[in-house]
Design a protein around this ligand. Structure first.
Ligand code: AGP
Length: 372
């Protein structure tokens, strides 16, 4: 009913709008007064976490994209090798797992059969499984050794939005916590990022306040057949997520690429007026990456692409090559997906509406996939 949708036309719009609160709720009670993480609820003893020598993440769809981003954070802050695998592929490849492997299963519903089967396989090999889940008491957390709930509140729209952002926050918490427990040379950075996370809800709110031009742009693209998405580093999974949203909601051909792969094939797809969304990393910090993606934007634009550029405020280098510029607040590099994903959700939702599609219930899809 309209009341359930809180005055919004669709649950998806309501859930997009709820993201600042959802993100704050994921953090609630998990940062102590001294600015350290307190995750006692993760009932895997610190001693066990110190012995872990590898992290493996299993998930599907949007949750898999959260896992891809988590890999960058976990490897950077913990120096543990981290693999991310589609849950549906995992057990069939006879993965190397043992008691020193921490498996993280990410699932909004907690009922995804592929993810459940992957975690059962991992536990059979003696690995510890930590679930990152949004649904209290669902099967995946019940069958795991420990759970970190995302506390996003019920997500009704089939297309995942607030669950994704809160999965990211939960993944950052796990990465930072592992770093904190194991002690790495990044101690100062870990404390600084915990501070930055505390203010991230405000940054998400700020993005939501600037989405009207994104909606306008989406409407002008309603008759296009294809949209491509490019990113590097953590922007690459964001590009994949932007493409998935567009497939699900707008039923358009959409593909995400790592920008560095362009010259290895995908650049052949570029033609006159093809919309290409580019997620640009911060020019601060990893400036090499930034320079490289700016040349990627130049290259595709020279071949006729219509460039839709998502870039941090103050990044002037992209301005000459952006046909459309979407600004997001500056964040530490690893946290950028929390702000960069939001315009892509709004973009896909508006395109679906413009194309007359059912936003909350896209054709052929179920909210939770309980068959393999
Ligand atoms: C996201 O928009 C999708 N509907 C889908 O990819 C989803 O993320 C996937 O099926 C995993 O679901 P889960 O998080 O409930 O396990």
């Amino acid at each position: 009913s309209a009341a359930e949708k809180g005055g919004y036309d669709y649950f998806m719009l309501k859930e997009i709008a709820e993201q600042p609160k959802a993100v704050a709720d994921t953090l609630l009670g998990r940062i102590d007064g001294s600015g350290s993480l307190s995750l006692d609820e993760v009932r895997i003893p610190a001693g066990v976490l110190r012995e872990i020598d590898k992290v493996v993440i299993v998930a599907c769809g949007t949750a898999f994209h959260a896992g891809m981003i988590a890999k960058y954070a976990i490897e950077h802050w913990t120096r543990l090798p981290c693999e991310v695998e589609l849950a549906s592929e995992f057990r069939y490849r006879d993965p190397i797992l043992d008691a020193q492997t921490l498996v993280i299963a990410i699932s909004q519903s907690g009922e995804t059969m592929d993810t459940l089967m992957a975690l059962r396989h991992a536990r059979e090999q003696g690995s510890k499984v930590l679930a990152i889940c949004n649904t209290n008491g669902s099967t995946i957390p019940r069958e795991s050794d420990a759970v970190l709930y995302t506390h996003a509140g019920p997500e009704v729209a089939v297309a995942s939005t607030k669950a994704f952002l809160t999965q990211l926050v939960a993944c950052y918490l796990v990465a930072l916590y592992l770093g904190q427990v194991r002690g790495t040379k990044w101690g100062d950075e870990i404390r600084a990022v915990i501070r930055d996370l505390s203010s991230i809800a405000g940054a998400v709110e700020q993005v939501l306040g600037t989405m009207e031009p994104v909606r306008e742009l989406a409407r002008t693209l309603a008759s296009k057949n294809t949209v491509l998405f490019l990113g590097r580093h953590v922007g690459y999974p964001v590009a994949l997520e932007g493409a998935l949203k567009l497939k699900e909601l707008a039923y358009m051909h959409a593909e995400g690429f790592a920008a560095g792969e362009l010259k290895h094939g995908p650049i052949a797809l570029i033609e006159e007026d093809l919309p290409v969304v580019v997620v640009v990393p911060s020019p601060r910090g990893r400036s090499v990456l930034h320079d490289k993606i700016v040349s990627n934007i130049q290259e595709i634009r020279a071949r006729g692409a219509r460039t839709i550029v998502i870039a941090e405020e103050g990044d002037e280098a992209v301005v000459p090559y952006a046909d459309h510029l979407i600004r997001v607040p500056a964040t530490p590099t690893l946290l950028q997906p929390l702000v960069a994903a939001v315009p892509l959700q709004v973009f896909a939702c508006e395109l679906a509406t413009a194309r007359g599609n059912e936003v909350d219930q896209p054709r052929n899809l179920a909210k939770s996939v309980t068959v393999e």
